[in-house]
Design a binder for this molecule. Structure first.
Ligand SMILES: *Cc1c(COP(=O)(O)O)cnc(C)c1O
Length: 365
C-alpha cells in the first residue's frame, strides 16, 4: 500500500508528478543543455505560470536556486549592508535571523513565544534597518502572519526592503508583490514536488540595492548575486547548470494549478484546514496548539496531543505510529515538542477525501 504524506516537506507529491516525470524522460530533458532554446522555453513557461498565479509584476525576476535555505543567505548578502530586522516566532524565522549574524550583519529582531504570532502591523522596525524579514508561515509551530498585517507594516515603512519567506505556504498567501519586494519558497512543500529547487522572486529595488553594495566594494556573492541572476534571467538562462527537471515539473504543476484557478485552490485549502482545526478542537485526545485563531496556519496544522477526558493518554509518537499502520504519515512536533505535537501539512496535493480519511483515522487513535 502506498502512503499518503501529510508531512510538512518533503510532502505528498502533486498527483500528476509521475506523469510529468515520464514525459520529461520521453523528451530527454535530463540531457538538455541549459544554453539551448529548449531550456529557455522551459524556464519561460515556468516563469509565466508563476507570474500568472502569484501576480508577479513585470519588472520582477523569477530565479531558481538550490533551496530556500540558500535564498536566506543570498537575500542577506545582496540587500543588507549593515542592518536587517527580523520577526522571529519559531525555528525557521530564527534561523533566517541567525544567518544574518553569521554573515556579520547587525541583525535585530522581535521575538514571539513559540506558538504565538505577531500583530505585525505595529512591529517596531528600527529606523536604521535596511531590510525587514518576515516569515509568513512558521513551519515549526503552525503560526501564520496575516497577509493584511504584512501589507500594513510594509506600507508604514516605505523606505525599506521587505522580504517574505513563504516556503511552507506559497502559493496560498495572496501577497501584493507590488508592495512586497521579494518572496521565496521551496518546491517540496506546497507545490508537491521532489526537493532540490528554491524559487526566489525579487524586484528591481532589490537589484538596485545589490548594485549599490557592489559599487561600494561589498561582496554580494558570485554566481547567485542579484545582478548575475537578473542578467541571466533576461535571457531565460541561469548562471550555472540548474535543476532543469524540477524547473520543468514546477511549470507543469503550476500550469495545472492555474487551470484549476488559484482562488479555488485557496478556498479548498481553507475548507480542509477548517475541517482539521474543528476536529482537533472537538476531540478529547487532541488540542489546537495555536491559541489565536487569526494566527493559525492554513497550510501547517499543529495539534497538541494533550488529552483532556481521554482515559488512555497517548504520546505524539504513538499517534504517528498508529497512523502509519493505516498508510498515513504526519509530521512530529518540532525540536523539543517532538513527542507533544503532530504537524499536518495541508497542501494542494492532498484532496478533501484524503483529509477526511486522516480525520477518521485520527478519531480512532
Ligand atoms: C522548509 C523551510 C525552509 C527551508 O527550506 P529548504 O528547502 O530546506 O532550504 C525555510 N523556511 C521555512 C518556513 C520552511 O518551512
Amino acid at each position: 500500500m502506498k502512503n499518503t504524506y501529510f508531512t510538512p516537506g518533503p510532502a505528498q507529491l502533486y498527483p500528476s508528478v509521475a506523469r510529468h516525470v515520464q514525459t520529461a524522460l520521453d523528451e530527454q530533458i535530463g540531457s538538455l543543455s541549459h544554453r539551448s532554446q529548449g531550456f529557455r522555453r522551459i524556464y519561460q513557461h515556468t516563469a509565466d505560470q508563476l507570474r500568472e498565479m502569484l501576480r508577479i509584476p513585470d519588472g520582477s525576476g523569477i530565479f531558481f536556486l538550490g533551496s530556500a535555505t540558500e535564498v536566506w543567505e543570498r537575500v542577506l548578502q545582496n540587500c543588507v549592508e549593515r542592518e536587517s530586522f527580523h520577526l522571529v516566532n519559531g525555528s525557521f524565522s530564527g534561523r533566517f535571523h541567525a544567518f544574518a549574524r553569521e554573515l556579520g550583519k547587525h541583525a535585530t529582531q522581535v521575538e514571539a513565544p513559540f506558538g504565538e504570532g505577531f500583530n505585525a502591523g505595529d512591529a517596531p522596525v528600527p529606523e536604521t534597518a535596511e531590510l525587514v524579514c518576515l516569515t509568513h508561515n512558521e513551519t515549526s509551530s503552525g503560526v501564520s502572519m496575516p497577509v493584511a498585517e504584512m501589507h500594513a507594516l510594509r506600507s508604514a515603512h516605505p523606505g525599506r526592503l521587505f522580504v517574505v519567506d513563504a516556503v511552507s505556504s506559497a502559493p496560498y498567501p495572496d501577497l501584493d508583490l507590488k508592495l512586497i519586494d521579494s518572496v521565496f519558497f521551496s518546491v517540496q512543500k506546497a507545490f508537491g514536488l521532489p526537493a532540490g529547487l528554491g524559487v526566489w522572486i525579487a524586484n528591481e529595488r532589490m537589484l538596485a540595492k545589490a548594485e549599490q553594495l557592489a559599487a561600494k566594494g561589498i561582496s554580494i556573492g558570485t554566481y547567485h548575486s542579484l545582478p548575475s541572476l537578473f542578467k541571466n534571467f533576461r535571457n531565460y538562462e541561469t548562471p550555472e547548470t540548474p535543476n532543469v527537471m524540477n524547473i520543468y515539473l514546477l511549470g507543469k504543476v503550476a500550469e495545472e494549478m492555474n487551470r484549476q484557478g488559484i482562488g479555488a485552490i485557496r478556498r479548498e485549502t481553507e475548507a480542509k484546514a477548517q475541517r482539521l482545526y474543528d476536529f482537533l478542537d472537538r476531540s478529547a485526545s487532541f488540542d489546537v496548539f495555536v491559541r489565536n485563531p487569526a494566527h493559525r496556519s492554513q497550510t501547517v496544522i499543529v495539534g497538541s496531543v494533550a488529552p483532556r477526558q481521554s482515559s488512555q493518554p497517548k504520546t505524539a509518537t504513538q499517534v504517528i505510529e498508529a497512523l502509519k499502520a493505516a498508510g498515513i504519515v504526519v509530521g512530529g512536533g518540532y525540536g523539543s515538542y517532538r513527542n507533544q505535537h503532530i504537524r499536518i501539512a495541508n497542501f494542494p496535493a492532498t484532496s478533501t477525501e484524503e483529509v477526511e480519511r486522516l480525520v477518521r483515522e485520527l478519531g480512532k487513535v
